[in-house]
Design a binder for this molecule. Structure first.
Ligand code: ADP
Ligand code: ZN
Ligand code: ZN
Length: 763
C-alpha cells in the first residue's frame, strides 16, 4: 500500500511513501506519519490518500504513525486545496498555517506533551472499611503518616465512596494539595506510599481552563428592531447562503449573533464566530460564556502553541467545542458539523494575511468553507467592504439593514475642522484645534470620557536637522525612522531596526535635531501639559506588546480609571464603552493620502468606526440629551470622503468608490494579482522584473501593468518590485494561475535569478 502525504514545506504537490507491512493497519487517511525527507530530515506529514498505484520513482517507507485518530477531517483537505489554488501557494504552506506547530514538529520530535499534575490516591486493596481502619490503627508509631492518610480520607471523601462501594466517586487529590493541608514534607508521603497505603499517579489536565461559569442560557430579549433584523436574516437564508447585516455602530449586532447561535446549536450543529484579533476581548468572551458556558472554545493568536494544539485536538475529537470564537486563523480549524459562520467586522483588513503564505483572506475562505459544509454565513458590520456590499446590491447575498442604535440612542454628530486654515492663522495648539480642546475640557468637567485617534505611533514620525535638513533613514528599508521618546530610540516600523537618537547631526554636526509631526506618544505628552489633572492611557503597538497590557488598558477605561484614551487604529475597533462623549480624529488626511486603491474606503471605515465609539449611552434621541460629539480634523474639509463620513452616507461612498474602481480597474470589478519579486541586488532585480513583465505581456497583453516600485521599495535589505495583473471577473482563473506559475518556474530556473524571491498576492 502507498500513502500520499502533505509535508509542511513550501513544495508543490503531495509525496508518495510506501506503507510498511507492520504499519498497514495503523495508517489511515487524515492521520500524521513520520516520514524521511531529503538526506536526513524527517517531518510529520499528513496522509491524504491511500492507494496501490506504485509510483515510477523509488519510494521510501513511512517510519512511524503518530496518531491513533485522524487529525484531518473529511472535507478539510478539499478546503486546503482550494486555498492553495486561489491564493497561489502550496498545500504544504496551508498545512503549516492550519496546524499548530506542536503537531507538525520535524525530525520526528513531537514537542507537544499533555500537561499533567501529580495526584495521590488510596491503594486499591485498602478500599475496604475494615482494612482501612486496621491500617490507621497500625500507624500510631508514625503519627505524621497517619495524619496524612486521615486527611486524605477526608479530602477525597473515602467514607462516602465506601458507603456506595464505588471508588469512581473518589475526588482526585493533588499531591500539592495534600501536603499543604497536612503540613507534611514529601518524605512522609513517600514513606506512606512505600508502605503501600497511598500511591502517586499523573493526571492529564487541560491547559485551557474551563470557565467554571455554568451556562444559564441567559438570552437578553431582543428589541423590536433587532427581532425584525433577525427574522429578515432567517428569511434571507431561505434563499441564499450568505447574508450581510449592515447595522450602525451600537445597534446591538452581538445580541443578534447570540440568538442565532442558540438556534444553530439547538439543531445540533456547530458555529464559527470570527472577529479581528483586537475585538476578541474578555469583554466579549465573558458575555458568550455566560450564555454558552464550556461549549465555547476560544482560538486566539496570542495563545501558546500548546493551547492551540489542545483546541485543535478537541475539534477533531468526538467531543468538540460547539462554538469557536476566534481570529483569522480559526477559519482553518476542523469542524464536524458546521451550521453557521459569523464574520463580525467583516470589513476589517486584519482578516487578510499578508505574510507568510498562504496570503489568504479569512472572509473568503470562510465563505468557501461554509459552502462546502452546507452552512450559512452572516457578515456583520457598520461599514461593509465594497466587495460584500456589492454582492448585496446584486442580490448574490441577502441584505439586512439595522439603522437605529440599541435603546434608541442617537448617533454621534460629526463636526469637521479645517486644520490647514487654522495652521495658517496660527490658531492650532500643537495637534489640537481650539474646538477639540474646548470639547475635551467640557467632557472632563462633565466627568465623561474622551477618545483621541491618531494613526501613527511613536513620538515623531520624522526627525530633521534644522540646519542642513538631514533626516535619519532605516539602513535596510526605504523609510524614515520614527522617534520614540520613552526609549530615546529611532525605530523602523517595517523591520524593527533601532538606534539611539544622535546628539548632533551626523551630516553637519549641528545640535538642532528635532521631531516633525505627531505620533501617539507625543500627543500624550502635549495633553499632559494641557490637562495635568486628567488621567490618560495610550493604546498602540508599543503599549500593548503583551496580551494582559491590552486587556488592562481596556478594562481601566471601562471602569472609568482613565479619562482620555489616546490610540492608533486599535481604538477604532468594535469596543463598547459607555461613557465616551467626545471622539477626536486628529488628522484624517494621513489616512486619505495612502498610496493604495482601497485608501478612501479604509479611511471611511476607520473614521466611521472610531466615531461610533462616541455617545453609546447618550440616551434616546429627541429628549434633550446631548448626542456624542466627533471632531474630525482634516487638511481639506471639502474632501468627498470626509463629507460622506459627516453625513453617514455609506451609499455615496460606495457609489463614488465603485466608479473609481471601474474607471481604473480594481477589485471588486476585476481580479487583481500582484506578482512580487525581491532580491538583494537592485540591478539583477530590475532585469528580472522587466523580463517577467515582458513574458507576462505575451500571455496576458494589456492586463499586465508594471513593473513598478511599491511605495516602500526596500524592506530588510531586499529590494522589491511588483508586476500587477488585472483579470476580468469572468476570466478562467485556474488557467491564468497555471500560465503564471509556468512563467515563474521558467524564470526562477535561470541561474542569474536563482536567489530571487517571488510570490503572489491575490486581490
Ligand atoms: P454593535 O456590535 O452593533 O456595535 P453591541 O452589540 O456592542 O453593538 O451593542 C451595543 C450595546 O447595547 C451593548 O452595550 C449591548 O450590551 C447593548 N445591547 C444590545 N442589544 C441588547 C439587548 N437586546 N438587551 C440588552 N442590551 C443590549
Ligand atoms: Zn545637519
Ligand atoms: Zn527598516
Amino acid at each position: 500500500m502507498f500513502a500520499d502525504c502533505v509535508v509542511p514545506l513550501p513544495l508543490e504537490g503531495v509525496f508518495t511513501y510506501k506503507v510498511p507491512a507492520h504499519l498497514d493497519r495503523l495508517v489511515q487517511v487524515g492521520c500524521r506519519v513520520n516520514v524521511p525527507f531529503g538526506q536526513k530530515k524527517q517531518y510529520a506529514a499528513l496522509v491524504t490518500r491511500l492507494h496501490e498505484e506504485k509510483p515510477e520513482y523509488e519510494t521510501k517507507d513511512i517510519l512511524a504513525v503518530l496518531d491513533e485518530e485522524r487529525m484531518l477531517l473529511p472535507g478539510q483537505y478539499r478546503l486546503w486545496q482550494w486555498v492553495a489554488e486561489y491564493y497561489m501557494c502550496t498545500v504544504g504552506e496551508v498545512y503549516k498555517a492550519a496546524i499548530p506547530s506542536g503537531l507538525k514538529e520535524k525530525d520526528g520530535k513531537v514537542c507537544y506533551r499533555p500537561r499533567t499534575v501529580d495526584c495521590v490516591r488510596l491503594a486499591e486493596k485498602y478500599f475496604d472499611a475494615a482494612g482501612l481502619n486496621s491500617a490507621l490503627a497500625s500507624m500510631r508509631a508514625t503519627p505524621k503518616q497517619q495524619l496524612l492518610l486521615m486527611r486524605y480520607i477526608e479530602l477525597a471523601g473515602v467514607n462516602a465512596a465506601l458507603t456506595v462501594n464505588n471508588p469512581c466517586v473518589l475526588k482526585e487529590i493533588t499531591r500539592e494539595e495534600l501536603l499543604k493541608a497536612t503540613g507534611c514534607s514529601p518524605s512522609v508521603l513517600k514513606a506512606a506510599c512505600e508502605r503501600g497505603l497511598l500511591e502517586e499517579y499523573e493526571k492529564t489536565v487541560d491547559r485551557i481552563p474551563t470557565s467554571g461559569i455554568p451556562a444559564e442560557l441567559v438570552l437578553q430579549p431582543l428589541s423590536d428592531a433587532q427581532q425584525t433584523a433577525m427574522n429578515s436574516i432567517r428569511a434571507a437564508w431561505e434563499e441564499k447562503d450568505v447574508c450581510l447585516l449592515h447595522g450602525v455602530t451600537s445597534s446591538g449586532k452581538t445580541e443578534i449573533y447570540i440568538h442565532l447561535i442558540n438556534e444553530v446549536l439547538a439543531q445540533g450543529r456547530q458555529v464559527l464566530y470570527m472577529l479581528p484579533e483586537i475585538v476578541l476581548t474578555s469583554q466579549l468572551t465573558d458575555r458568550l460564556r455566560k450564555v454558552f458556558g464550556d461549549r465555547l472554545g476560544v482560538y486566539h493568536s496570542r495563545y501558546t502553541d500548546a493551547e492551540r494544539v489542545e483546541v485543535y485536538r478537541k475539534q477533531v475529537s468526538g467531543n468538540p467545542y460547539d462554538i469557536i470564537v476566534g481570529v483569522r486563523s480559526s477559519v482553518l480549524l476542523p469542524f464536524h458539523n458546521l451550521g453557521m459562520v459569523i464574520i463580525d467586522e467583516e470589513h476589517e483588513t486584519s482578516f487578510k494575511q499578508t505574510e507568510p503564505a498562504p496570503r489568504y483572506h479569512a472572509r473568503n475562505v470562510a465563505l468557501v468553507m461554509a459552502r462546502m459544509a452546507g452552512a450559512k454565513t452572516l457578515l456583520g458590520t457598520a461599514t461593509p467592504s465594497l466587495e460584500s456590499y456589492g454582492n448585496a446590491v446584486t442580490g448574490k447575498y441577502g441584505y439586512v439593514p439595522l439603522t437605529t442604535r440599541y435603546g434608541n440612542v442617537c448617533l454621534p454628530e460629526v463636526e469637521v475642522v479645517d486644520i490647514a486654515e487654522l495652521k495658517r492663522k496660527k490658531l492650532m495648539n500643537g495637534p489640537f484645534s481650539p474646538l477639540l480642546l474646548k470639547e475635551i475640557r467640557q467632557a472632563l468637567e462633565r466627568r465623561e470620557q474622551v477618545i483621541l485617534f491618531q494613526n501613527r505611533r511613536g513620538f515623531a514620525p520624522v526627525v530633521e536637522c534644522h540646519v542642513c535638513g538631514w533626516t535619519p533613514q532605516c539602513p535596510h528599508c526605504d523609510v524614515s525612522l520614527t522617534f520614540h521618546k520613552r526609549t530615546n530610540q529611532l525605530t523602523c516600523h517595517y523591520c524593527g531596526f533601532s538606534a539611539p537618537l544622535p546628539q548632533r547631526c551626523p551630516q553637519c554636526d549641528a545640535d538642532r535635531l528635532s521631531g516633525k509631526g505627531y505620533g501617539t506618544e507625543r500627543i500624550e505628552d502635549v495633553l499632559e501639559n494641557l490637562f495635568p489633572e486628567a488621567r490618560m492611557a495610550r493604546m498602540d503597538l508599543d503599549t500593548t506588546r503583551s496580551r494582559s497590557a491590552y486587556e488592562s488598558i481596556i478594562k481601566g477605561f471601562q471602569r472609568g480609571d482613565t479619562d482620555i484614551l489616546i490610540g492608533t487604529q486599535m481604538v477604532t475597533k468594535g469596543l463598547d464603552f459607555r461613557k465616551v462623549s467626545v471622539v477626536g480624529i486628529l488628522n484624517a488626511s494621513t489616512m486619505l493620502n495612502q498610496p493604495d486603491f482601497r485608501s478612501y474606503e479604509r479611511a471611511y471605515q476607520m473614521m466611521t468606526q472610531v466615531a461610533g465609539r462616541a455617545g453609546r449611552s447618550a440616551g434616546p434621541a429627541g429628549q434633550g440629551v446631548r448626542p456624542g460629539r466627533v471632531i474630525l480634523q482634516v487638511h481639506d474639509a471639502k474632501q468627498p470622503t470626509v463629507m460622506q463620513v459627516v453625513r453617514g452616507d455609506y451609499e455615496a461612498m460606495f457609489r463614488t468608490q465603485m466608479e473609481e474602481r471601474r474607471l481604473f480597474s480594481y477589485p471588486p470589478v476585476c481580479r487583481l494579482i500582484y506578482v512580487y519579486m525581491k532580491h538583494r541586488d537592485e540591478t539583477v532585480l530590475e532585469h528580472l522584473a522587466e523580463e517577467m513583465a515582458a513574458l507576462l505581456r505575451q500571455v496576458f497583453g494589456h492586463r499586465v501593468l508594471g513593473p513598478d516600485m511599491p511605495p516602500i521599495a526596500r524592506v530588510q535589505a531586499m529590494y522589491i518590485r511588483k508586476v500587477c495583473l488585472k483579470l476580468e471577473l469572468a476570466a478562467n482563473m485556474a488557467e491564468a494561475r497555471r500560465r503564471l506559475q509556468e512563467i515563474q518556474k521558467y524564470m526562477t530556473a535561470k541561474t542569474e535569478y536563482k536567489s530571487a524571491v517571488m510570490y503572489y498576492d491575490v486581490d
